[in-house]
Design a protein around this ligand. Structure first.
Ligand SMILES: *Cc1c(COP(=O)(O)O)cnc(C)c1O
Length: 382
């Protein structure tokens, strides 16, 4: 099955004259239209802000485009904080949602005036020890445990995830933070990844809004924002329907009017930290097929490898392959499309049905995910 790409063979043939393969190419028009649609979908909420998850594509030029649409940055490391500062993000344009955070990263985030989203209750004392005095605005990451289900079955397993405060800890944490002088509070949760259904954000919002109402009632804090974080997915497979961000925005609005407004909390801002949804469909890796190998299987060797796009090697993730100029031909050949690393998992696709490939440039729809290499793990006690 085919999947439309934003480039044609003719366009890429011009580009490769100046920039040899492999390279990443982005669809600026697509990025802009989508950022505008996100902004409009949530325009009913006065304080709405999308904090782009920098790890999804840590590219300063692309982040500058999103900035024009009012986006901030969601950072999880020192490097991401530095990158955000370099593109002109300041103060509350930066959300620092990290975990197992080193002291110097908290200090730097505070120096930039970023909103700090704590991953654990023990970090209250840790942060106070570093800063002396806590910032006026603080957020806590919530993990309800158990499984997160939607109408199409089990979606994800928060009970197995390392992130966030338990429900009890949210109440205790907010009481402690209030005693320590924090004035404005936020709640954050990320409960399911790459959801390709319009109901994820509304379901998550309902849980968080109900928690916000309870937290306000029992601890008396001022809840300034609810951060729905990431998890809004994209269609990787041809023929798969994508999310409709307007329907998602309206779904969140309905639960906002149901839960927050009657509780006198109609001034709460909605934040998001979408990464994949903002960039994934608008980027591609362009690589050249440089070898054909016929052994126990049919292989196409390309000039890119897992270093250029890691998800297939790490997760066996599906990334669509477009053979430029042959988009309309039948996919009647089966290939393993492989890179040059001396690692047998360096495969962009296994048993993929493609058009006949012969030393042609082709294009792989992609998303960049920044991850660490799994070397041996050595732990020292502090
Ligand atoms: C990865 C991440 C995101 C972005 O997730 P997507 O699924 O790409 O939207 C947002 N917030 C945090 C804290 C993350 O770790």
């Amino acid at each position: 099955m085919s999947k439309e790409t934003f480039v044609t063979k003719e366009m890429i043939e011009k580009v490769v004259k100046a920039y040899p393969t492999p390279f990443h190419i982005y669809d600026e028009k697509g990025i802009r239209e989508n950022a505008q649609a996100v902004k409009e979908a949530f325009s009913w909420n006065k304080g709405f802000k999308e904090y782009f998850a920098v790890k999804a594509t840590p590219n300063p030029y692309l982040i500058q485009i999103l900035k024009e649409y009012g986006c901030g940055c969601d950072c999880s490391s020192m490097t991401e904080l530095m990158l955000s500062k370099a593109v002109g993000m300041e103060g509350k344009d930066i959300m620092f949602s990290s975990n197992e955070t080193p002291a110097e990263e908290y200090a730097y985030a505070a120096k930039l005036g970023a909103i700090i989203n704590l991953d654990d209750i023990t970090h209250i004392d840790f942060l106070e020890g570093i800063l002396g005095k806590l910032p006026e605005t603080m957020s806590c990451r919530y993990n309800p445990g158990g499984v997160f289900t939607m109408s199409n079955g089990i979606m994800d397993n928060p009970g197995d995830s390392k992130y966030g405060f338990t429900k009890e800890q949210m109440f205790e944490g907010f009481r402690i933070l209030k005693l320590k002088g924090v004035k404005n509070f936020g709640i954050h949760a990320f409960l399911a990844s790459n959801t390709v259904t319009n109901e994820y954000y509304p379901l998550l919002a309902k849980q968080l809004f109900e928690l916000a109402v309870q937290l306000k009632k029992e601890t008396g804090v001022n809840i300034q924002f609810v951060n729905l974080s990431g998890g809004v997915g994209i269609p990787y497979q041809p023929g798969q329907d994508g999310n409709d961000i307007r329907a998602i925005g309206e779904g969140v609005r309905t639960v906002y009017e149901e839960v927050l407004e009657p509780a006198g909390m109609g001034d709460v801002s909605i934040y998001a930290e979408m990464g994949r949804f903002m960039m994934g469909p608008y980027g591609a890796l362009v690589t050249k097929a440089i070898h054909e190998k016929h052994t126990y299987k049919e292989y196409i060797g390309v000039d890119a490898c897992a270093v250029n796009l890691m998800r297939p090697a790490m997760y066996g993730a599906y990334h669509h392959i477009t053979v430029l100029g042959k988009e309309k031909e039948a996919c009647s050949y089966k290939y393993d499309v492989v890179g040059s690393l001396c690692e047998n998992n360096d495969k962009f696709a296994v048993d993929r049905m493609c058009q006949r490939l012969k030393r042609v440039t082709f294009c792989l729809s992609m998303i960049l995910v920044h991850t660490d290499f799994p070397w041996d793990i050595i732990i020292m006690e502090n």
